[in-house]
Ligand binder design. Structure first.
Ligand code: HEM
Length: 513
């Protein structure tokens, strides 16, 4: 059920909708944690800063001379290095760890963290592409440390693909959020007096993504400890060495808010697109004007099938006329003349990125359409205020209806004796006299290691007539998945020697069924 491609489809939902109720995407927890750029602790700690620094430290292993390294999530394997000092890098790692989507790499999420952190803090919209590939091994050392010389910095950034002027811009853009933390740099930052919280001295006086880092540097009021040093000691004054390295020409140019914003937008885009040479990124992922998600066809409880899905439009309008239409399984038209349905519900979707792009009130329609079990369905489309929206002509195709996940019959379970929790997964398989069902099974995917999402188990489902009586021409098969948190799975059935598949189902939907 993916349009235009599974990867772009998934990333589009995460990027533009973020954490919306009913979206099967735990990765977006990190977006929620951004907290609209507001500090998350009394000490001013900023999640946005964590993500931006995390991405830079990950990208910093790029070597332009041989095309290796870059934004490839190798940072996860490099966290014990001195150059990655700072407990917050771990936070950015663990906030994401249980996102079991086999298409989306962790490095695509790190890159997305930059886009969302920047826009949530009022910065520019950084254009986003997907397709990054996670490294299986650590990269070379290469993150600059504040004690180094300007010659070292210039060479380090050259290796990462940025000239001196771009280096100044990138550091100013990065250091507009966050600050220096006590346990990491105790010679710069004293312990402070908020109990259980590290003292942080911010780079500038505003938490937002703005040019105050530049203007305070230029007018001499900066509190950036990487500029001022402490007690005349400039050993760790890396921002001073970087910012002043071209006689402040670049910093003066960045004092214009428009130029600061545009420069940061394009430098951050280049930072997140710095990937190993053998990685090809997707096209730009722009908001889809008609976004279909959560498609699930399954037997209902009244002898029919039910097609559940959501459809998002970018702008809300009063009195809109919206309907869903479909064609019979064996036809391009509808034989009964009754193949249409209207939304059961609509909710306004507001996210910082859509708002920044001029869509402050996107709207999501929910459909739960009864489909005749006899004729079933081959494709669907919409009519929006009299205009047909059919996925560019093809309609939205339902590839097969031989095996379907029964989301409603599946359930979260807790074994009363062992207290093991997990899920009961229930699949509907077409009863057919002519061919036999040889096997029904799921492949589960989980994020098992630092380096990615893997196939973790294959589990057979068995015929379960006792719990779930046959209906609508389908029999039900079930299996218990114990000792797991939410995960994604692919569902298969082998019928008459042919394998049918429902891809990328997500246990998260069970709670919203
Ligand atoms: C010469 C290059 C750089 C040096 C020497 C440097 C050094 C530092 C240091 C010492 C800290 C404080 C860390 C801590 O206390 O744990 C810091 C924080 C930070 N850096 Fe850099 N940095 C450089 C370039 C960059 C770049 C290019 C970016 C991003 C584009 C960036 C983003 C950040 C952010 C967002 C923080 C704040 C983190 C927080 O508050 O948790 N830095 N940097």
């Amino acid at each position: 059920y993916h349009w235009p491609s599974p990867l772009i489809d998934q990333l589009e939902g995460l990027l533009y909708e973020g954490k919306q109720e009913g979206l099967p995407d735990r990765a977006v927890d990190f977006v929620a944690q951004l907290n609209g750029c507001q500090p998350v602790e009394d000490n001013g700690e900023s999640i946005a800063a964590d993500w931006i620094r995390f991405a830079y430290h990950d990208m910093a292993t790029h070597n332009i001379d041989d095309g290796t390294g870059g934004l490839d999530a190798s940072i996860q394997l490099e966290l014990d290095r001195d150059e990655n000092v700072g407990g917050d890098l771990d936070r950015a790692k663990f906030d994401f760890i249980d996102f079991p989507n086999k298409y989306i790499s962790y490095s695509d999420i790190i890159a997305m963290g930059v886009v969302l952190a920047t826009v949530e803090c009022g910065g520019p919209v950084v254009p986003y592409r997907g397709g990054r590939v996670d490294a299986e091994v650590a990269g070379p050392f290469g993150v600059p440390t504040p004690d180094q010389s300007i010659e070292d910095f210039i060479e380090t950034f050259r290796k990462q693909g940025f000239n001196q002027q771009e280096m100044i811009g990138l550091v100013a853009c990065g250091h507009t959020v966050g600050g220096v933390h006590n346990p990491d740099f105790p010679t710069l930052v004293p312990p402070g007096n908020i109990s259980f919280e590290d003292n942080i001295v911010m780079f500038d006086s505003t938490p937002e993504f703005d040019n105050v880092i530049v203007t305070q540097y230029l007018d001499g009021t900066t509190g950036d400890l990487l500029v001022t040093g402490v007690d005349g000691n400039d050993t760790l004054s890396s921002d001073l060495r970087v910012f002043s390295s071209d006689g402040n020409i670049t910093m003066h140019a960045l004092a214009s808010p428009q130029n600061f914003s545009a420069t940061c937008g394009s430098l951050f885009e280049r930072m997140i697109n710095t990937v190993p040479n053998n990685v090809t990124l997707t096209d730009l992922i722009t908001p889809l004007p008609v976004k279909v998600a959560g498609v699930q066809l399954a037997p209902g409880y009244e002898g029919n099938l039910v097609l559940n899905l959501t459809m998002r439009l970018l702008d809300n309008k009063p009195n809109r006329q919206i309907s869903l239409h479909w064609a019979d399984r064996n036809s391009t038209t509808c034989s009964s003349g009754a193949c249409s349905s209207t939304p059961t519900n609509s909710t306004v979707v507001t996210t910082p990125l859509l708002t920044a792009l001029g869509h402050p009130r996107a709207v999501k329609y929910t459909f739960s359409a009864p489909i005749s079990a006899t004729t079933s369905i081959s494709s669907f489309w919409f009519e929006i205020d009299g205009e047909v929206q059919n996925n560019g002509g093809t309609g939205y195709i339902i590839e097969q209806d031989e095996v379907l996940w029964s989301r409603d019959r599946s359930a979260s379970i807790l074994d009363p004796v062992t207290f093991e929790s997990g899920f009961l997964i229930v699949a509907a398989v077409r009863s057919s006299s002519s061919s036999s069902t040889e096997r029904v099974w799921i492949n589960t995917y989980q994020r098992t290691t630092a380096t990615g999402v893997h196939l973790t188990s294959t589990l057979n489902l068995t015929l379960d007539n006792a719990s779930f009586p046959s209906t609508a021409g389908y029999d039900f098969y079930s299996a218990k998945l114990l000792l797991v948190a939410d995960l994604t799975f692919d569902l298969f059935a082998e019928i008459g020697g042919k394998v049918y598949e429902e891809e990328l189902r997500d246990t998260h939907w069970i709670d919203f069924a």
